[in-house]
Design a protein around this ligand. Structure first.
Ligand code: ATP
Ligand code: MG
Ligand code: FE
Length: 347
């Protein structure tokens, strides 16, 4: 069984083919990605109109390359999946329309994938992760703890009441004059910084409900940066390291509350999974590994290349849905907003 997946919800034009063999072994047959980072860098963030146009220009080439790399013809895949949201609607339309066109021409099933379900299920593409599991989803637009009970079956335990973690990294990078995208820049600076020089707040820590708040922490970093300006290289590194240490503490504390919330809901997770662009951060991965060990659970994080947006995660979510007979019709619309706990589940 092989599925083509197309991802265009933000600033990556991506297409991939993922398959499972007869033994049930999953394999990425191709994973093509064209990042628009250069096109948006001057603006310090993603410009929707530029993104949509860039997707239009790249989509055919990226899809063709996904078939070339895999050494497959269109007739050799079983379904076409595209991310139908959440995301920037102009970009989503590009991927969705391409996928529908290929499905129409070939007569193969079409699957409208929730981008967040792509992040959420990636751990099952690369590792043997059984349902249910506790997922910390940390990306540019989302920060949530979810009990993943099955494909399409998500129980949201907690969420951010203001900024997403990735957004906080991006805003702090911009404030400190570091290059876009902010996450990797801040992580790089933090490597050479003193994480104990500044004592930033750990919002929500200790609260039983596993919600998050990031904006107070972001403001604390800004106020400190203003107080000690002009900033030396050393100051920037120390601010980044101290901020990142606060984020790690917050995520570990909130995930610990998530484990408790799981148990209270009668759910016993097999694994602790972290996913989304921010899951690429090594300090965050280490913090969560420590927590998982303390809880007696395995910790799974996708390989770095599968943390940020990519086509393989959409192809894989499509394949998981196809196996359960969850296909969509051509009426499926682009959905700029599409919470994970509102998607269609099996049976
Ligand atoms: P969403 O998935 O919520 O719709 P998105 O698709 O834009 O949002 P992703 O591509 O999953 O988000 O993740 C991008 C985010 O991850 C950015 O905010 C980026 O700064 C952050 N990020 C990437 N690498 C790192 C890192 N090493 N450390 C911290 N944050 C990172
Ligand atoms: Mg991106
Ligand atoms: Fe994403």
């Amino acid at each position: 069984m092989r599925v083509l997946g197309i991802e265009t919800t933000c600033d990556e034009t991506a297409a991939a083919i993922v398959g499972v063999d007869r033994a049930g072994e999953a394999k990425i047959l191709s994973n093509e990605i064209l990042s628009q980072i250069a096109a948006h860098a001057a603006y310090g963030g993603v410009v929707p109109e530029i993104a949509a146009r860039a997707h239009v220009e790249a989509i055919d080439r990226i899809v063709a390359r996904a078939f070339e790399t895999a050494g497959l013809k269109v007739s050799e895949i079983d379904a076409i999946a595209a991310a139908a949201g959440p995301g920037l609607v102009g970009g989503v339309m590009v991927g969705l329309t391409s996928a529908k066109a290929i499905a129409l021409v070939t007569g193969k099933p079409f699957i409208a994938v929730n981008h967040l379900e792509g992040h959420a299920l990636t751990a099952r593409l690369t590792d043997d992760v059984a349902f249910p599991y506790l997922l910390l989803l940390v990306s540019g637009g989302h920060t949530q703890l979810l009990a993943v009970r099955g494909v399409g079956d998500y129980l949201r335990l907690g969420t951010t009441i203001d900024d997403a973690v990735g957004e906080a990294f991006d805003k702090i990078a911009k404030m400190l004059g570091l290059p876009y995208p902010g996450g990797p820049s801040v992580e790089r600076e933090a490597l050479n910084g003193d994480s104990e020089r500044f004592e930033f707040p750990r919002p929500m820590s200790g609260r039983p409900k596993p919600d998050f708040s990031l904006s107070g922490l972001k403001t604390a970093v800004r106020l400190m940066a203003e107080r000690i300006a002009p900033l030396s290289d050393r100051d920037v590194a120390d601010l980044c390291a101290s901020f990142q240490a606060a984020v790690v503490d917050v995520l570990v504390d909130r995930t610990r509350a998530g484990l408790r919330a799981c148990r209270e809901a009668g759910i016993s997770p097999s694994t602790l999974v972290v996913a989304g662009g921010v899951a690429a951060n090594q300090a965050i991965r280490s913090g969560l590994t420590r927590l998982a060990t303390e809880a007696g659970l395995p910790m799974v994080a996708p390989p770095l290349a599968l943390c940020g947006d990519n086509g393989a995660m959409i192809a894989w979510a499509g394949l998981e849905r196809l196996r359960l007979g969850l296909i969509d019709d051509m009426g499926a619309l682009a959905r700029p907003r599409w919470p994970l706990d509102e998607i269609k589940a099996a049976g």
